[in-house]
Design a protein. Structure first.
Length: 499
């Protein structure tokens, strides 16, 4: 009964005109940036993040979350129509989705994607509602040593995110931790890595780092690729009605993808991309006709799409209840919480319970908005794909610069975001993922803070991390994960040398 009461209170807050407006803005803008290849929800969040400084925390987080899961749906449209994924998690949708377009069934593929995304998102929200309070209640037992261990585990798990070798991702995490130490030490007042620059005394802003690494670098990478397809598809509403056979073939893959995505989304370091690929491989393995995959089968579309949207919802479980972002996008959501003075973690469920339940209720509303809005708006999204990129990219760069300048009215910040963007583009050229760097930047200072607290309470005894059962268990898991990551990298290198 308490759960139902909390949900009722959450819906009461979510249906206010202001929150409904920002929920609509979030899902609509998220779909917009998801449709455009090379942009994605990460860029959308970084562009609008400065705007949230002037909003109520609930409205700000509702809008940012809407951009996130709206982008997961929007990315599938470009994958299906022009074989260019709007995001990494929709890359696998290209395999059968674009084949359905070539077979003259683009409308069915788009409608099936919308329904599968709604089902997957709904199941993910149910699990978020049921398990977040339980996990938060358990997390209230955590002490400083336990928090340090959990964050160390999160940093190690972040080395599984993105492309490139494990060594490069570990290096990116370390670089992120170092960047997080720039500024004034809160305990001693000593300036660290500022090099006498007054503008760095407050440290590097999360907004500047995220906009540079994902906004400017993404634009530079997409502009340099010069591989932007034009589309002249015409999709009518009557072409989007699936047949009875489509419904029968897609029902169970949607259910399986939703459950698989929900489970993987709750694990730090996995997220929608891994969930989508695993759902596709699962459907192909258990199918009676695996040879149909790659030729335009509906199972190859609804399975991954339901999985990545379910994972997008359950990714909020570790972010909100433990303070551990499972992806770079979740790290931005975590940063938005901290910017508004809301500490993520177990206390969020007790000290800011109203905010949590309003967000959960808004997820239901946002998913329903996506289903209702995007099916009739497919024609509009298709036309957006024909916008010349030479016009689109300058607008994005201009929005980034204006957003950064508006935070502190500092020209130094504009130059810094451009410099970080150039460095981020260099990281892409050398196949170094920016996601682990961002997670190191977010979690590194928090981990340092809890390490100092643990050392003060234990009077400098490092054995506190072993004597505490939670920290000992988590550190053991972190060690096993680190060993597994190293072994996988070593085995992959040996296989590549053999071939």
């Amino acid at each position: 009964m308490e759960l139902l009461g909390n949900l009722a209170g959450g819906f009461a807050g979510a249906v206010t005109p202001v929150n409904l407006f920002y929920c609509f803005i979030g899902v609509a803008f998220g779909t917009f940036v998801g449709v455009l290849p090379g942009i994605g929800s990460m860029v959308g969040i970084t562009v609008l993040l400065p705007l949230t400084f002037y909003l109520d925390p609930a409205a700000a987080l509702i809008m940012l979350a809407g951009i996130y899961y709206g982008g997961e749906y929007g990315g599938s449209i470009a994958s299906i129509l022009i074989n260019m994924p709007g995001s990494a998690s929709t890359a696998v949708t290209c395999i059968d989705g674009n084949q359905m377009t070539k077979n003259g069934r683009a409308g069915v593929a788009l409608s099936a994607t919308a329904i599968a995304s709604f089902v997957g998102g709904s199941i993910g929200i149910v699990l978020l509602t049921l398990f977040s309070p339980l996990l938060a209640a358990f997390s209230l037992r955590f002490g400083p040593a336990d928090y340090f261990a959990v964050m160390a585990f999160g940093l190690i798990a972040s080395t599984t995110i993105g492309d490139g070798s494990a060594i490069k991702k570990v290096g990116a995490v370390i670089l992120g931790i170092l960047l997080g130490t720039v500024g004034t030490d809160v305990n001693t007042g000593i300036q660290r890595f500022t090099f006498g620059e007054l503008n760095l005394y407050d440290g590097i802003s999360l907004v500047i780092l995220a906009m540079g690494l994902f906004g400017i670098a993404e634009v530079m990478s997409s502009a340099a690729s010069n591989n932007h397809a034009d589309v002249r598809q015409k999709v009518r509403l009557r072409d989007m009605i699936p047949t009875r056979q489509d419904v029968r073939d897609g029902a169970m893959p949607t259910a399986r993808g939703s459950l698989l995505g929900s489970a993987l989304g709750a694990l730090p370091g996995t997220g929608p991309t891994i969930a989508a690929f695993m759902a596709y491989m699962t459907e192909k393995q258990i199918s009676r006709h695996p040879e149909r995959f790659g030729t335009g089968t509906i199972e190859g579309v609804v399975g991954p799409e339901s999985a990545n949207n379910a994972a997008a919802q359950t990714a909020f479980i570790p972010t909100l209840t433990l303070g551990i972002p499972g992806s770079a996008t979740m790290a931005l959501i975590l940063g938005a919480l901290m910017i508004h003075g809301i500490p993520p973690g177990p206390k969020l469920m007790t000290e800011h319970a109203d905010l949590f339940w309003v967000m959960v209720a808004s997820f239901w509303i946002g998913n329903l908005m996506l289903l209702v809005l995007n099916i009739p708006m497919v024609g509009i999204w298709v036309r957006l794909l024909s916008i010349p990129y030479r016009l689109l990219f300058p607008c994005i760069v201009g929005l980034v610069c204006v957003g950064v300048y508006s935070v502190k009215l500092s020209a130094f910040d504009v130059g810094l975001v451009l410099a970080i963007g150039i460095a981020g583009y260099g990281m892409r050229l050398t196949r170094i993922s920016a996601a682990p760097l961002l997670m190191g930047f977010i979690l590194g200072p928090l981990m340092e803070e809890h390490l100092r607290r643990a050392m003060l309470l234990s009077r400098g005894e490092l054995s506190v991390f072993i004597h505490e059962p939670i920290s000992a268990t988590v550190l053991l898991a972190a060690g096993l994960l680190l060993a597994w990551t190293g072994w996988s990298a070593f085995r992959q290198r040996r296989l590549s040398q053999n071939f």
